[in-house]
Write a protein that binds this ligand. Structure first.
Ligand code: 13P
Ligand code: SF4
Length: 332
C-alpha cells in the first residue's frame, strides 16, 4: 500500500492531457470529503489521482479505517462491495458498474450453498474475489496477500472448502500442507500466462527475477522466484538487488513498479513484441474489467454520485463478520 500523496505531490504532477480532469477530481474530492482508493491494476492516470493505491488487502484495510464520507473505489465491483460492507453509512461509488470479475461470476451463492449442504463439517474460506452474497455464506475471507496466514489459522478439526479460485487454492495448499476442497473457478486473465512464454523470457534474460501472481497456473508458478500478491510483488522488486524482473500479472502494476524503482527494468509477461522478445502476435495481459474504469468515469461518478453500491442489510451484516475476521487475523 502506498500513499501516493507522499511520493507524488499534486503540485509536482506533470502537466499532461489528464491534468484538467485530474484538477476537477481534486476539487470534487474536497467538496465531497471523498477518498479515492485504487487497485494496482488501474490505468496510470487513475493511480495518479488516488489517495491510496494497493492490493485487495490494503484497500480493504484502508476502507475499514477511512473517515471520508464518500469512497470512490477504482477497482472492480467486489472490491467496492467490500468497502460498502465495512461502511454501511457511507456512500460508495465505482466508476463503472460493469467492472466485474471472472472469479466472482464462477461462484453463484445458491451453488455454493448446495455444496456446503453436502458436508456440515465444511469451514468455508472465500477469496475476496467473490460477491457479497458468497461472502455472507463464508467463515473467513482471504486475499492473495494473507491467504497462507489465514489458512494456517483455520480450525484443525474442520474440512476446509476454498472458493472460488482453484489456482490460488492449490498454491495455498502447497504452502500450508492443509488439504482443501477447491471450487473450480479461475481468473480468466491470469490463466492466459503460458509456461513456454515465461521460459522464453528466462532464456532471453537469465539475470531477471520471475515474479508470479498466485492466480496463475501451477506450471507457471513453478518457474517463479517469488509468488505473491500485487503489493508484495512491488515490495519484492523494490528490495531485491536484481535489476530486471519479469512480471506475471496484469500489466497495470508496471506503472507503480517503474515509479518506485526507476533504475530497474520490468518486463511484462507475455509481452513478446513490445519487450524485445520474439514477435508472435502475443500481447500483454490486461483485465478487461479493471480496464473499464477511465479517469473520465471517475470524474463522472463523483459528480453524479452514481453508480452507487447498495446491498440488502441481511447480506451486508452476514458478510461483515468473515471480512472482520480476516482483518483481525491479518493484523496479528
Ligand atoms: P491482489 O490482491 O494481489 O492485488 O489481487 C487482486 C486481483 O484481482 C488479482 O487478479
Ligand atoms: Fe478478476 Fe482476474 Fe480481473 Fe483480478 S484480474 S479482477 S481476478 S478477472
Amino acid at each position: 500500500m502506498i500513499d501516493v500523496a507522499e511520493i507524488h505531490p499534486r503540485g509536482a504532477m506533470a502537466k499532461n492531457q489528464f491534468e484538467p480532469l485530474a484538477q476537477e477530481i481534486f476539487t470534487l474530492k474536497k467538496q465531497l470529503n471523498a477518498v479515492i482508493l485504487a487497485h494496482n491494476y488501474q490505468v496510470p492516470e487513475i493511480q495518479d489521482v488516488a489517495d491510496f493505491v494497493g492490493d485487495s488487502l490494503g484497500l480493504a484495510q484502508q476502507a475499514a479505517q477511512t473517515s471520508a464520507e464518500v469512497i470512490v473505489f477504482c477497482g472492480v465491483h467486489f472490491m467496492a462491495e467490500t468497502a460498502k460492507i465495512l461502511n454501511p453509512n457511507k456512500i460508495v461509488v465505482l466508476p463503472d458498474r460493469d467492472a466485474g470479475c471472472s472469479l466472482e461470476e464462477s461462484c453463484p451463492a445458491p451453488e455454493l450453498a448446495k455444496l456446503q449442504a453436502t458436508n456440515p463439517n465444511f469451514w468455508t474460506i472465500a477469496y475476496i474475489n467473490c460477491s457479497a452474497a458468497v461472502k455472507a455464506l463464508c467463515d473467513v475471507i482471504v486475499t492473495s496477500g494473507n491467504a497462507e496466514k489465514i489458512v494456517n489459522a483455520a480450525p484443525k478439526d474442520r474440512d476446509l472448502l476454498f472458493v472460488p479460485d482453484e489456482n490460488l487454492g492449490q498454491w495455498v495448499m502447497e504452502q500450508t500442507g492443509r488439504p482443501m476442497t477447491l471450487w473450480k473457478g479461475n481468473c480468466y486473465a491470469h490463466v492466459e500466462f503460458q509456461r513456454e512464454r515465461v521460459l522464453a523470457a528466462k532464456r532471453q534474460f537469465p539475470d531477471a527475477k520471475i515474479v508470479v501472481h498466485p492466480e496463475s497456473l501451477r506450471e507457471v508458478r513453478e518457474l517463479a522466484d517469488s509468488v505473491c500478491s500485487t503489493e508484495k510483488m512491488i515490495t519484492y522488486c523494490r528490495t531485491n538487488p536484481a535489476k530486471r524482473f519479469v512480471i506475471v500479472t496484469e500489466s497495470g502494476i508496471i506503472h507503480r513498479m517503474q515509479r518506485e524503482c526507476p533504475d530497474k527494468e520490468f518486463l511484462c509477461a507475455p509481452v513478446f513484441n513490445a519487450m524485445k522478445l520474439p514477435t508472435d502476435g502475443c500481447r500483454c495481459s490486461e483485465c478487461k474489467y479493471m480496464k473499464l474504469n477511465t479517469l473520465e468515469k471517475v470524474r463522472n461518478c463523483m459528480k453524479k454520485l452514481t453508480p452507487r453500491v447498495e446491498l440488502p442489510a441481511d447480506i451486508r451484516q452476514r458478510a461483515r463478520l468473515p471480512i472482520e475476521r480476516m482483518l483481525e487475523i491479518s493484523a496479528r
